[in-house]
Design a protein. Structure first.
Length: 172
């Protein structure tokens, strides 16, 4: 009889040990799957963030430039030879300085000139690569900027200009 009881205890111990090992393997497998799915989600978020980095950075750059020049009507959107441009004016030593931000041949360019007559879109420094850029004045004091990067990601922003808009159409 003793043998039968020991054999039973032995089987119970083996069954419990096997159950514990099986539960540990299932837990480890579940943890691995959670980590795997989490890594895929993280990779997707990073990829989407990187895709829209150029357009978001450009619009932030434009917003900060406007904030820097936002006084006494120094900010306007102008059409220059059919190109929509953000015009930022400043005065230095009794001379009017104009900075234009516009899209030309697939890139956002920035051009600073002492006289509006010196406008030549090819002279601007390329600062961002884009496939499309639009600047418009929605209403007095409210500007809308939209851009699309080379991968087709579109970003938009609205900027309220605190000072009165200089406005106006200008062109060569």
């Amino acid at each position: 009889m003793r043998r039968f009881g020991q054999n039973r205890k032995s089987r119970t111990s083996v069954t419990m040990a096997f159950s514990a090992i099986l539960l540990s393997v299932l837990f480890a497998g579940s943890a691995f799957l959670v980590l795997l799915f989490g890594a895929r989600v993280y990779e997707s978020v990073v990829e989407k963030s990187a895709e829209s980095y150029t357009s978001r950075t450009l619009l932030t750059y434009i917003t900060e430039k406007i904030r820097h020049f936002d006084s006494d009507g120094n900010v306007s959107v102008r059409q220059l030879d059919g190109i929509s441009a953000l015009a930022l004016e400043s005065a230095q030593a009794d001379e009017k300085i104009l900075t234009y931000i516009y899209e030309y041949e697939g890139s956002i360019r920035e051009l600073t000139v002492a006289d509006a007559a010196q406008w030549n879109p090819e002279d601007g420094d390329a600062i961002f690569q884009v496939s499309e850029f639009e600047a418009e004045e929605i209403q007095p004091g409210l500007l809308h900027f939209s851009c699309m990067d080379g991968k087709g990601n579109r970003s938009d922003t609205y900027v309220h200009v605190h000072a009165d808009m200089a406005g106006g159409e200008e062109g060569s």
